[in-house]
Design a protein around this ligand. Structure first.
Ligand code: CS2
Ligand code: MG
Length: 402
Protein backbone atom coordinates (compact mmCIF):
# COMPACT_ATOMS: atom_id res chain seq x y z
CA UNK A 1 0.00 0.00 0.00
CA UNK A 2 1.32 3.47 -0.84
CA UNK A 3 0.42 7.10 -0.13
CA UNK A 4 -0.41 8.70 -3.48
CA UNK A 5 -1.76 12.08 -2.35
CA UNK A 6 -1.82 14.49 0.58
CA UNK A 7 -4.43 17.26 0.49
CA UNK A 8 -4.71 20.23 2.90
CA UNK A 9 -8.27 21.51 3.25
CA UNK A 10 -8.76 24.95 4.82
CA UNK A 11 -12.30 25.86 5.76
CA UNK A 12 -13.95 28.52 7.92
CA UNK A 13 -17.48 27.54 9.04
CA UNK A 14 -17.48 30.30 11.65
CA UNK A 15 -13.80 29.78 12.48
CA UNK A 16 -10.77 28.45 10.57
CA UNK A 17 -9.92 24.75 10.51
CA UNK A 18 -7.05 23.03 8.69
CA UNK A 19 -7.47 19.36 7.79
CA UNK A 20 -4.99 16.99 6.15
CA UNK A 21 -6.36 14.18 3.97
CA UNK A 22 -3.97 11.34 3.12
CA UNK A 23 -5.06 9.16 0.19
CA UNK A 24 -3.65 5.69 -0.61
CA UNK A 25 -3.38 3.70 -3.84
CA UNK A 26 -6.02 1.29 -2.49
CA UNK A 27 -8.62 4.05 -2.10
CA UNK A 28 -8.54 4.12 1.72
CA UNK A 29 -7.95 7.62 3.11
CA UNK A 30 -7.47 9.12 6.53
CA UNK A 31 -7.86 12.65 7.89
CA UNK A 32 -6.06 14.60 10.59
CA UNK A 33 -6.61 17.96 12.29
CA UNK A 34 -3.84 20.53 11.71
CA UNK A 35 -5.52 23.60 13.22
CA UNK A 36 -3.32 26.04 15.16
CA UNK A 37 -5.51 28.96 16.22
CA UNK A 38 -4.24 32.26 14.78
CA UNK A 39 -1.36 30.59 12.90
CA UNK A 40 -3.31 28.27 10.60
CA UNK A 41 -1.54 29.15 7.35
CA UNK A 42 1.89 28.41 8.85
CA UNK A 43 0.84 24.80 9.31
CA UNK A 44 -0.70 24.72 5.82
CA UNK A 45 2.66 25.72 4.34
CA UNK A 46 4.60 23.34 6.57
CA UNK A 47 2.43 20.47 5.37
CA UNK A 48 2.27 21.43 1.67
CA UNK A 49 5.89 22.55 1.26
CA UNK A 50 7.80 20.34 3.69
CA UNK A 51 5.80 17.24 4.63
CA UNK A 52 3.50 16.01 1.86
CA UNK A 53 6.25 15.74 -0.82
CA UNK A 54 8.14 13.40 1.56
CA UNK A 55 5.07 11.20 2.17
CA UNK A 56 4.29 10.28 -1.44
CA UNK A 57 5.16 6.64 -2.12
CA UNK A 58 5.51 5.70 1.58
CA UNK A 59 3.58 2.84 3.19
CA UNK A 60 0.89 4.52 5.37
CA UNK A 61 0.95 1.55 7.75
CA UNK A 62 4.42 2.51 8.98
CA UNK A 63 3.06 5.06 11.44
CA UNK A 64 5.98 5.10 13.89
CA UNK A 65 8.63 5.23 11.17
CA UNK A 66 6.87 8.14 9.45
CA UNK A 67 6.54 9.91 12.81
CA UNK A 68 10.28 9.49 13.48
CA UNK A 69 11.08 10.57 9.93
CA UNK A 70 9.07 13.81 10.31
CA UNK A 71 10.33 14.53 13.84
CA UNK A 72 14.03 13.70 13.55
CA UNK A 73 14.19 14.56 9.87
CA UNK A 74 13.04 18.17 10.47
CA UNK A 75 16.37 18.86 12.20
CA UNK A 76 14.70 21.97 13.67
CA UNK A 77 12.58 19.81 15.91
CA UNK A 78 9.52 20.59 18.09
CA UNK A 79 7.46 23.78 18.21
CA UNK A 80 3.69 24.23 17.70
CA UNK A 81 3.78 24.46 13.88
CA UNK A 82 5.99 21.41 13.36
CA UNK A 83 4.17 19.28 15.93
CA UNK A 84 0.71 20.26 14.63
CA UNK A 85 1.78 19.20 11.14
CA UNK A 86 3.16 15.90 12.44
CA UNK A 87 -0.03 15.45 14.48
CA UNK A 88 -2.21 15.78 11.39
CA UNK A 89 -0.21 13.14 9.54
CA UNK A 90 -0.28 10.85 12.57
CA UNK A 91 -4.04 11.17 13.12
CA UNK A 92 -4.66 10.46 9.42
CA UNK A 93 -2.41 7.37 9.44
CA UNK A 94 -4.06 5.94 12.56
CA UNK A 95 -7.42 6.60 10.88
CA UNK A 96 -6.26 4.59 7.84
CA UNK A 97 -4.87 1.75 9.95
CA UNK A 98 -8.11 1.40 11.94
CA UNK A 99 -10.13 1.45 8.70
CA UNK A 100 -7.92 -1.32 7.30
CA UNK A 101 -8.42 -3.27 10.53
CA UNK A 102 -12.16 -2.67 10.20
CA UNK A 103 -12.42 -1.44 13.80
CA UNK A 104 -12.93 1.82 15.70
CA UNK A 105 -9.56 3.36 16.57
CA UNK A 106 -9.96 2.75 20.32
CA UNK A 107 -10.00 -1.02 19.70
CA UNK A 108 -6.66 -0.72 17.91
CA UNK A 109 -5.32 1.27 20.89
CA UNK A 110 -6.16 -1.53 23.30
CA UNK A 111 -9.92 -1.33 23.79
CA UNK A 112 -12.04 0.42 26.41
CA UNK A 113 -10.76 1.20 29.90
CA UNK A 114 -14.10 2.88 30.82
CA UNK A 115 -17.71 3.02 29.75
CA UNK A 116 -17.60 6.61 28.54
CA UNK A 117 -15.43 9.75 28.41
CA UNK A 118 -16.38 12.28 31.10
CA UNK A 119 -16.34 15.77 29.59
CA UNK A 120 -16.51 19.25 31.04
CA UNK A 121 -18.68 22.07 29.75
CA UNK A 122 -18.12 25.83 29.98
CA UNK A 123 -20.50 27.90 32.11
CA UNK A 124 -19.64 31.55 31.86
CA UNK A 125 -21.28 34.93 32.37
CA UNK A 126 -20.49 38.61 32.78
CA UNK A 127 -21.57 38.47 36.43
CA UNK A 128 -21.49 35.76 39.10
CA UNK A 129 -25.30 35.51 38.93
CA UNK A 130 -25.13 35.01 35.15
CA UNK A 131 -22.47 32.35 35.55
CA UNK A 132 -24.44 30.49 38.23
CA UNK A 133 -27.45 30.50 35.89
CA UNK A 134 -25.27 28.86 33.25
CA UNK A 135 -24.01 26.37 35.85
CA UNK A 136 -27.64 25.34 36.38
CA UNK A 137 -28.12 24.98 32.63
CA UNK A 138 -25.06 22.78 32.14
CA UNK A 139 -26.09 20.60 35.09
CA UNK A 140 -29.55 20.24 33.54
CA UNK A 141 -27.83 19.06 30.33
CA UNK A 142 -26.28 16.28 32.40
CA UNK A 143 -22.69 17.53 32.75
CA UNK A 144 -20.83 16.09 35.74
CA UNK A 145 -17.93 18.55 35.30
CA UNK A 146 -18.30 22.25 34.55
CA UNK A 147 -15.74 25.02 34.12
CA UNK A 148 -16.76 28.38 35.60
CA UNK A 149 -15.45 31.68 34.21
CA UNK A 150 -16.98 35.02 35.11
CA UNK A 151 -16.52 38.69 34.25
CA UNK A 152 -14.25 40.74 36.50
CA UNK A 153 -15.86 43.92 37.94
CA UNK A 154 -13.98 46.91 36.53
CA UNK A 155 -12.62 45.06 33.48
CA UNK A 156 -14.21 45.32 30.01
CA UNK A 157 -13.33 41.71 29.15
CA UNK A 158 -11.60 38.65 30.57
CA UNK A 159 -10.70 35.18 29.35
CA UNK A 160 -13.49 32.66 28.93
CA UNK A 161 -16.51 34.98 29.05
CA UNK A 162 -18.20 34.95 25.66
CA UNK A 163 -21.22 36.70 24.25
CA UNK A 164 -22.61 33.39 22.94
CA UNK A 165 -23.68 30.97 25.66
CA UNK A 166 -22.86 27.78 23.79
CA UNK A 167 -19.83 28.68 21.70
CA UNK A 168 -16.61 30.40 22.68
CA UNK A 169 -14.29 31.62 19.94
CA UNK A 170 -11.47 33.86 21.18
CA UNK A 171 -9.89 34.56 17.77
CA UNK A 172 -12.01 37.64 17.20
CA UNK A 173 -10.13 40.05 14.97
CA UNK A 174 -8.43 40.44 11.59
CA UNK A 175 -5.63 41.82 13.76
CA UNK A 176 -5.19 41.06 17.48
CA UNK A 177 -7.73 42.85 19.65
CA UNK A 178 -6.17 44.43 22.75
CA UNK A 179 -7.63 43.37 26.09
CA UNK A 180 -6.87 45.00 29.46
CA UNK A 181 -6.12 42.93 32.56
CA UNK A 182 -5.92 43.52 36.32
CA UNK A 183 -4.77 40.70 38.58
CA UNK A 184 -5.92 42.56 41.68
CA UNK A 185 -9.49 42.88 40.41
CA UNK A 186 -9.47 39.26 39.24
CA UNK A 187 -8.17 37.82 42.53
CA UNK A 188 -10.96 39.62 44.35
CA UNK A 189 -13.71 38.07 42.23
CA UNK A 190 -12.82 34.38 41.67
CA UNK A 191 -13.08 33.10 45.28
CA UNK A 192 -16.52 34.76 45.52
CA UNK A 193 -17.62 32.90 42.37
CA UNK A 194 -16.73 29.49 43.78
CA UNK A 195 -18.06 30.25 47.26
CA UNK A 196 -21.44 31.13 45.69
CA UNK A 197 -21.29 28.13 43.35
CA UNK A 198 -20.70 25.61 46.13
CA UNK A 199 -23.43 27.27 48.25
CA UNK A 200 -25.78 26.77 45.30
CA UNK A 201 -24.95 23.27 44.06
CA UNK A 202 -22.98 21.69 46.90
CA UNK A 203 -19.99 19.43 46.26
CA UNK A 204 -21.63 17.12 43.70
CA UNK A 205 -20.44 18.55 40.38
CA UNK A 206 -16.76 18.82 39.53
CA UNK A 207 -15.94 22.52 39.19
CA UNK A 208 -12.94 23.74 37.18
CA UNK A 209 -11.37 27.12 36.45
CA UNK A 210 -8.89 28.38 33.85
CA UNK A 211 -6.55 31.18 34.96
CA UNK A 212 -5.15 31.26 31.43
CA UNK A 213 -1.49 31.91 32.29
CA UNK A 214 -2.14 35.29 33.96
CA UNK A 215 -0.74 35.08 37.47
CA UNK A 216 2.75 35.08 38.92
CA UNK A 217 3.63 31.93 40.89
CA UNK A 218 2.97 33.51 44.29
CA UNK A 219 -0.35 34.99 43.06
CA UNK A 220 -1.28 31.52 41.75
CA UNK A 221 -0.36 30.04 45.13
CA UNK A 222 -2.57 32.61 46.85
CA UNK A 223 -5.49 31.84 44.51
CA UNK A 224 -5.07 28.08 44.93
CA UNK A 225 -5.07 28.47 48.70
CA UNK A 226 -8.14 30.71 48.66
CA UNK A 227 -10.04 28.14 46.56
CA UNK A 228 -9.24 25.10 48.74
CA UNK A 229 -12.55 25.24 50.68
CA UNK A 230 -14.39 24.88 47.33
CA UNK A 231 -12.56 21.72 46.27
CA UNK A 232 -11.95 22.43 42.57
CA UNK A 233 -11.39 19.53 40.21
CA UNK A 234 -8.52 21.63 38.82
CA UNK A 235 -7.06 25.12 38.51
CA UNK A 236 -5.73 25.43 34.97
CA UNK A 237 -2.72 27.36 33.65
CA UNK A 238 -2.33 29.10 37.01
CA UNK A 239 0.89 30.66 35.72
CA UNK A 240 2.87 30.46 32.48
CA UNK A 241 4.47 27.04 32.25
CA UNK A 242 7.71 28.09 30.51
CA UNK A 243 9.52 27.57 33.83
CA UNK A 244 8.58 24.41 35.77
CA UNK A 245 10.18 25.89 38.92
CA UNK A 246 7.12 28.15 39.21
CA UNK A 247 5.07 25.06 40.01
CA UNK A 248 7.42 24.02 42.80
CA UNK A 249 6.54 27.31 44.49
CA UNK A 250 2.79 26.92 43.91
CA UNK A 251 2.88 23.33 45.17
CA UNK A 252 4.40 24.45 48.49
CA UNK A 253 1.32 26.57 49.25
CA UNK A 254 -1.77 24.80 48.02
CA UNK A 255 -3.45 21.41 47.54
CA UNK A 256 -5.78 22.71 44.82
CA UNK A 257 -5.15 20.33 41.87
CA UNK A 258 -3.24 21.91 38.96
CA UNK A 259 -3.70 21.36 35.20
CA UNK A 260 -1.24 22.54 32.56
CA UNK A 261 -0.23 21.77 29.01
CA UNK A 262 -2.58 22.96 26.28
CA UNK A 263 0.23 25.12 24.84
CA UNK A 264 2.80 22.30 25.08
CA UNK A 265 3.84 20.44 21.95
CA UNK A 266 6.15 17.68 23.14
CA UNK A 267 6.93 15.37 26.06
CA UNK A 268 9.97 17.49 26.82
CA UNK A 269 7.72 20.45 27.71
CA UNK A 270 6.00 18.45 30.47
CA UNK A 271 8.65 15.97 31.65
CA UNK A 272 9.77 17.86 34.78
CA UNK A 273 6.22 18.86 35.76
CA UNK A 274 5.16 15.19 35.55
CA UNK A 275 8.25 13.57 37.10
CA UNK A 276 8.22 15.93 40.09
CA UNK A 277 4.42 15.60 40.38
CA UNK A 278 4.10 19.38 40.18
CA UNK A 279 0.81 19.00 38.33
CA UNK A 280 -2.18 16.67 38.59
CA UNK A 281 -3.51 16.81 35.01
CA UNK A 282 -1.64 17.12 31.73
CA UNK A 283 -3.62 19.06 29.12
CA UNK A 284 -1.63 18.24 25.97
CA UNK A 285 -3.83 17.65 22.95
CA UNK A 286 -3.50 15.36 19.93
CA UNK A 287 -3.43 18.19 17.37
CA UNK A 288 -0.64 20.25 18.96
CA UNK A 289 1.49 17.46 20.43
CA UNK A 290 2.39 15.24 17.51
CA UNK A 291 -0.75 13.10 17.43
CA UNK A 292 -1.59 9.73 18.97
CA UNK A 293 1.92 8.31 18.62
CA UNK A 294 3.39 11.04 20.85
CA UNK A 295 0.49 11.68 23.20
CA UNK A 296 0.53 7.97 24.12
CA UNK A 297 4.10 8.44 25.33
CA UNK A 298 3.10 11.47 27.40
CA UNK A 299 0.14 9.61 28.92
CA UNK A 300 2.36 6.62 29.77
CA UNK A 301 4.95 8.85 31.46
CA UNK A 302 2.17 10.64 33.35
CA UNK A 303 0.75 7.29 34.50
CA UNK A 304 4.03 6.43 36.26
CA UNK A 305 3.57 9.57 38.43
CA UNK A 306 -0.21 9.32 38.96
CA UNK A 307 -0.79 12.33 36.71
CA UNK A 308 -3.99 12.05 34.71
CA UNK A 309 -4.90 13.40 31.28
CA UNK A 310 -7.24 16.33 30.70
CA UNK A 311 -6.91 16.94 26.96
CA UNK A 312 -7.57 20.39 25.61
CA UNK A 313 -10.78 20.44 23.56
CA UNK A 314 -11.63 24.04 22.69
CA UNK A 315 -13.67 25.09 19.67
CA UNK A 316 -10.47 25.77 17.76
CA UNK A 317 -9.65 22.07 17.76
CA UNK A 318 -11.76 20.54 15.01
CA UNK A 319 -14.23 17.65 15.39
CA UNK A 320 -11.44 15.50 13.87
CA UNK A 321 -9.36 16.14 16.99
CA UNK A 322 -12.37 15.47 19.21
CA UNK A 323 -13.17 12.18 17.49
CA UNK A 324 -9.58 10.98 17.67
CA UNK A 325 -9.26 12.21 21.28
CA UNK A 326 -12.29 10.21 22.41
CA UNK A 327 -10.75 7.02 21.01
CA UNK A 328 -7.54 7.90 22.86
CA UNK A 329 -9.28 8.92 26.12
CA UNK A 330 -11.39 5.76 26.40
CA UNK A 331 -8.35 3.51 25.87
CA UNK A 332 -5.82 4.83 28.43
CA UNK A 333 -5.70 3.90 32.14
CA UNK A 334 -4.99 7.39 33.52
CA UNK A 335 -7.72 9.41 31.85
CA UNK A 336 -8.99 12.37 33.91
CA UNK A 337 -11.44 14.46 31.91
CA UNK A 338 -11.91 15.68 28.32
CA UNK A 339 -12.62 19.32 27.54
CA UNK A 340 -15.69 19.66 25.32
CA UNK A 341 -16.41 23.08 23.84
CA UNK A 342 -19.23 22.42 21.41
CA UNK A 343 -18.86 23.22 17.71
CA UNK A 344 -21.43 25.16 15.74
CA UNK A 345 -23.99 23.44 13.50
CA UNK A 346 -22.07 24.59 10.39
CA UNK A 347 -18.85 23.07 11.72
CA UNK A 348 -20.56 19.77 12.58
CA UNK A 349 -22.01 19.66 9.05
CA UNK A 350 -18.56 20.13 7.49
CA UNK A 351 -17.17 17.39 9.78
CA UNK A 352 -19.73 14.56 10.01
CA UNK A 353 -18.87 12.40 13.01
CA UNK A 354 -20.12 9.43 15.02
CA UNK A 355 -19.38 10.51 18.59
CA UNK A 356 -22.37 11.19 20.83
CA UNK A 357 -23.02 13.10 24.09
CA UNK A 358 -25.12 11.55 26.85
CA UNK A 359 -25.52 12.48 30.49
CA UNK A 360 -22.13 14.19 30.84
CA UNK A 361 -20.16 11.67 28.79
CA UNK A 362 -19.01 11.55 25.18
CA UNK A 363 -18.89 8.15 23.47
CA UNK A 364 -16.78 7.40 20.40
CA UNK A 365 -18.69 5.62 17.65
CA UNK A 366 -18.19 2.07 16.34
CA UNK A 367 -17.40 2.77 12.67
CA UNK A 368 -13.85 1.91 11.55
CA UNK A 369 -11.33 4.71 12.06
CA UNK A 370 -11.55 7.68 14.40
CA UNK A 371 -15.12 8.25 13.30
CA UNK A 372 -14.89 11.70 11.72
CA UNK A 373 -14.93 12.72 8.06
CA UNK A 374 -14.86 15.97 6.08
CA UNK A 375 -17.40 17.07 3.48
CA UNK A 376 -15.01 18.72 1.03
CA UNK A 377 -17.74 20.29 -1.09
CA UNK A 378 -19.32 21.92 1.95
CA UNK A 379 -15.90 22.89 3.32
CA UNK A 380 -15.19 24.77 0.08
CA UNK A 381 -18.16 27.02 0.76
CA UNK A 382 -16.36 28.56 3.76
CA UNK A 383 -13.16 30.31 2.60
CA UNK A 384 -10.33 31.10 5.03
CA UNK A 385 -10.78 34.32 7.00
CA UNK A 386 -7.77 35.64 8.84
CA UNK A 387 -8.34 35.81 12.60
CA UNK A 388 -5.90 36.51 15.44
CA UNK A 389 -6.13 35.65 19.10
CA UNK A 390 -6.23 38.78 21.30
CA UNK A 391 -3.26 40.25 23.15
CA UNK A 392 -3.40 41.44 26.75
CA UNK A 393 -2.04 44.52 28.46
CA UNK A 394 -2.01 45.55 32.13
CA UNK A 395 -3.82 48.74 33.08
CA UNK A 396 -0.49 50.62 32.81
CA UNK A 397 -0.19 49.50 29.17
CA UNK A 398 2.57 46.90 29.60
CA UNK A 399 2.15 43.57 27.79
CA UNK A 400 1.05 40.56 29.79
CA UNK A 401 -0.20 37.05 28.93
CA UNK A 402 -3.52 36.62 27.18
C1 CS2 B 1 -8.65 27.64 26.67
C2 CS2 B 1 -8.75 27.75 25.18
O1 CS2 B 1 -10.10 25.81 26.40
C3 CS2 B 1 -9.23 26.32 27.13
O2 CS2 B 1 -8.80 25.83 28.18
O3 CS2 B 1 -7.41 27.85 27.22
O4 CS2 B 1 -10.01 28.27 24.89
C4 CS2 B 1 -7.69 28.61 24.51
O5 CS2 B 1 -7.84 29.95 24.93
C5 CS2 B 1 -7.88 28.53 23.01
O6 CS2 B 1 -7.78 27.18 22.62
C6 CS2 B 1 -6.83 29.35 22.28
O7 CS2 B 1 -7.02 29.22 20.90
MG1 MG C 1 -7.09 26.67 28.94
Amino acid sequence: MKIIEGKVIVTCPGRNFVTLKIITDEGVYGIGDATLNGRELSVVSYLEDHVIPCLIGRDPQQIEDIWQYLYRGAYWRRGPVTMSAIAAVDMALWDIKAKLAKMPLYQLLGGRCREGVMVYGHANGTTIDDTLGELDRYMSMGYKAIRLQTGVPGLKSTYGVSGDKMYYEPADGDLPTENVWSTEKYLDSVPKLFERAREKVGFGPHLLHDVHHRLTPIEAARLGKSLEPYRLFWLEDATVADNPESFRLIRQHTTTPLAVGEVFNSIHDCRTLIQEQLIDYIRCTLVHTGGITHLRRIASLADLYQVRTGCHGATDLSPVSMGAALNFDISIPNFGVQEYMRHTKETDEVFPHNYTFKNGYLMPGETPGHGVDIDEKLAAKYPYKRAFLPVNRLEDGSMTNW
